[in-house]
Design a protein around this ligand. Structure first.
Ligand code: FEO
Length: 402
């Protein structure tokens, strides 16, 4: 890779990680990811964010193609999570910057994660503005997008928003700009990223989007710290509107049936539940948790407001992957869902009830009782599964106004 000029004297100097499959150690990134960092060369040379520690050499290589790293004056840390700050200690040693900017909460994170003795840290608050030559940079705190320390940097004269985690996507590819990708590729990556990283903070997303609108912030470029950069008016509008849509979580007429089977009975039940959805004209996807990751479930939920989960009972509870799936889903706090639960059993059969309880705790609407089946589902059991799919489909369609 080579550095890429985003606007005059504003460069992408980050790293593309084609290998990463376990993003942040909890979410799949099947296409890898990028750690974007940006260098602005004005009277002051400013580096916005760094990269994960293992990509340090790549960052330095890119900076060096534009300027001597030791000539960097300022470093801006929009967010201290290690995918952005992992290279910070080595970059600070190399550049010896005049100032390191971060938010008040960023200071707390920085001083606890790293040995910052002697670092020239300057805390900036929401709305603070600095001059770096002919340009000005304004910092806006975006707490909980994605950590309490998160902020974004707005370069006024170029109308460039360096948005850190917000508007990111897990994409590893030679392209640096959204207009070089297909909409389909982009939207899939945006949904996966949003539903596995940003979803719990949806209220903050809507608040931030409203604030940006109210401020009348003119934006030509949105430059996130993961994935591709949005540089055309169409793409900037596209990513903002998509985020609004993701955050609102309006009811969508699609379903996903997620299951974990031990000897195949729960899998047959899952298939019959899906048939029930399709008979009711609700498109339905099946996800087998023994072959898919729980983050695939969240990505599917970006298109589906009905979620029905089934597991065989093992040792008086749902199977392990289903337990992990429920825990992951609960933490990501999806809103506006209808659901149901089912599963086979051989001894006791607690799993469907426990799944239903977990969904109820997440405020799902549950229009039907959890369904359990002794060992192999027979014709009556499969008919009950189709009815379960049909009942949840009817509840979903009512929510969609049909
Ligand atoms: Fe991309 Fe919250 O780190």
């Amino acid at each position: 890779m080579r550095p890429v000029e985003v606007k005059k004297d504003i460069y992408w100097v980050g790293a593309v990680d084609y290998d990463i499959r376990n993003f942040h150690h909890y979410s799949r990134s099947p296409e890898g990811s990028t750690y974007n960092a940006y260098l602005v060369t004005d009277e002051k040379k400013v580096l916005f964010d760094t990269v994960n520690a293992h990509e340090f050499d790549e960052l330095v290589k890119h900076i060096s193609e534009i300027t001597d790293p030791e000539s960097i004056d300022y470093i801006v840390c929009n967010h201290l999570e290690q995918d952005h700050s992992g290279s910070l200690p080595r970059i600070v040693r190399l550049c010896k910057p005049e100032k390191i900017f971060c938010s008040p909460m960023g200071l707390k994170s920085m001083t606890n994660i790293y040995d910052t003795a002697g670092w020239p840290i300057e805390v900036v608050k929401d709305g603070d503005r600095i001059e770096i030559g002919r340009r000005h940079v304004t910092f806006l705190e975006t707490r909980m997008l994605h950590w309490p320390d998160s902020m974004v940097s707005y370069i006024e004269e170029d109308r460039v928003l360096i948005s850190n985690d917000a508007f990111g996507q897990n994409i590893a590819c030679p392209q640096r700009f959204a207009d070089e990708c297909t909409r389909e590729q982009l939207l899939t990556a945006m949904k996966g990223y949003y539903y596995n990283i940003v979803l719990p903070y949806s209220a903050n997303v809507l608040k931030t989007l409203k604030r940006v609108t109210d401020m009348g912030l003119a934006i030509d470029v949105i430059a996130p710290d993961h994935g591709v950069i949005f540089r055309t008016p169409e793409d900037v509008a596209f990513v903002i509107n998509s985020y609004k849509e993701f955050a609102e979580q309006k009811f969508m007429k699609r379903a996903v049936v997620v299951y974990e089977s031990m000897w195949g009975g729960t899998a047959r039940m899952a298939s019959a539940v899906a048939d029930g959805f399709e008979a009711a004209d609700v498109p339905c996807t099946l996800i087998n948790l023994q072959t898919s990751h729980c983050s695939d479930v969240m990505t599917a939920m970006a298109d589906a407001s009905a979620v029905v989960l089934g597991s065989a009972t093992r040792n008086n509870m749902p199977m392990a992957n289903m337990m992990a799936c429920l825990a992951n889903m609960k933490g990501l706090r999806p809103l506006n869902r209808v659901g149901g639960a089912f599963g086979t059993y051989g001894w006791s059969g607690e799993a469907p009830k426990m799944i239903a309880q977990a969904l109820d705790d997440m405020k799902f609407d549950l229009p039907a009782e959890p369904l359990k089946c002794y060992f192999n589902p027979g014709a009556d059991d499969l008919a009950a599964c189709r009815k379960l799919g049909g009942d949840v489909a009817a509840a979903l369609k009512a929510k969609c106004g049909e």
